[in-house]
Design a protein around this ligand. Structure first.
Ligand SMILES: *[C@@H]1O[C@H](CO)[C@@H](O)[C@H](O)[C@H]1NC(C)=O
Ligand SMILES: *[C@@H]1O[C@H](CO)[C@@H](O)[C@H](O)[C@H]1NC(C)=O
Ligand SMILES: CC(=O)N[C@H]1CO[C@H](CO)[C@@H](O)[C@@H]1O
Ligand SMILES: CC(=O)N[C@H]1CO[C@H](CO)[C@@H](O)[C@@H]1O
Length: 302
């Protein structure tokens, strides 16, 4: 592990959707501010989401003039578009993609196992942070003896509830919609229809279960949350689930300057930043709530 002459080196491998890429880039910034050498592994198609953020972070690190700070590097991994019959360049999941493209996209994610392992051996870090969706990277961790940490951008409540919700959904009679999640510090009532991935898609449910199994075999989980927000779940995770967690969030707060905040992820809104700020300024303080539904959720306006 790290000595004074060789700093801790961590590889970060985010899921190829901006809802996962951006918080992982923030995790890298937080690590780098603690003197960790970070390498983010992503594909050519999606490096554009984080390039500006990483450049800004590296300028910020340099400006602090702190000898232990090292710039974050980006390393590219080839997405096998041709092998799975996708046009070259389609390598992110988004709501605009058709179901067929989304399925092929997920198929392509499995083919990343070999190139990922190769890259990891070349870079030879002390540990790697993998998105939960790259379940196979737990096997790469076992083969290379490089510890795997999991990051998904969600809070600890989601991690605590995931397994039990999967179990319930598997056995819930088809005509029952409402259920209560047992065994958590608070009682939550949910509807089957709130699980958009699992209603008709049994294979997605089994994929999520597999992710969870592989996460349980990993060294621990890095969580985009903080103790005061979900203290009960920190205790539950430690004493009931009996796994390790590091709460390092909310990770977005590490972006201090306006330009760092507004340029994250590039121009992803159809309306301009000026128009957006004008709209926000027209509202009373404390009356606007921002909710992010992620990259793949399909919502209608009604
Ligand atoms: C991990 O390896 C085991 C044993 O080879 C295999 O059965 C399993 O499917 C692999 N898991 C994933 C998620 O690839
Ligand atoms: C991980 O994120 C996905 C969506 O991005 C979500 O469906 C899943 O429930 C999350 N898993 C955990 C354990 O938070
Ligand atoms: C913001 C951005 O550049 N996103 C890219 C993600 O990857 C797809 C596929 O390669 C590109 O089309 C997007 O432009
Ligand atoms: C948000 C975003 O950049 N999504 C991209 C994902 O990939 C499709 C297909 O290449 C692009 O059209 C989207 O722009």
């Amino acid at each position: 592990m790290a000595t004074q002459s060789s700093p801790l080196h961590i590889v970060l491998f985010p899921f190829l959707a901006h809802g996962h890429l951006l918080p992982m880039a923030d995790v890298a910034r937080i690590f780098a501010l603690h003197g960790v050498k970070c390498t983010i592994l992503t594909t050519r198609g999606n490096v554009t989401y984080i390039e500006t953020t990483i450049e800004q972070t590296n300028e910020y690190l340099k400006s602090k003039n702190e000898p232990s700070h090292m710039p974050i590097s980006i390393s590219l991994i080839h997405f096998p578009s041709a092998e799975i019959g996708l046009p070259e360049g389609i390598e992110n999941a988004s709501a605009s993609s058709s179901r067929e493209i989304q399925q092929k996209f997920f198929q392509g994610l499995f083919l990343l196992e070999k190139p990922f392992e190769q890259k990891l051996k070349e870079i030879n870090p002390d540990a790697f942070v993998s998105d939960t969706f790259f379940a196979w990277s737990a096997n790469v961790s076992a083969r290379t003896s490089i510890p795997r940490l999991v990051f998904n951008g969600t809070g600890l409540l989601a991690h605590c509830g995931q397994d039990v919700v999967c179990e319930i959904l598997e056995s819930l009679p088809d005509d029952v919609d409402k259920f209560v999640i047992p065994g958590l510090p608070h009682q939550f009532e949910m509807h089957r229809s709130q699980h958009l991935f699992t209603l008709k898609n049994k294979h997605i449910l089994s994929a999520i279960k597999r992710n969870s199994e592989m996460d349980a075999r990993s060294y621990g989980v890095i969580v985009n949350s903080f103790l005061d927000l979900e203290a009960d779940y920190v205790v539950h995770w430690r004493d009931v689930v009996r796994r390790k967690a590091w709460l390092v969030g909310p990770v977005a707060l590490c972006n201090e300057k306006g330009i760092e905040k507004s340029s994250r992820g590039g121009a992803t809104t159809s309306i301009g930043i000026e128009e957006l700020l004008h709209w926000l300024d027209s509202k009373h303080t404390g009356t606007v709530v921002y909710i992010c539904f992620g990259s793949i959720a399909n919502l209608n306006t009604s």
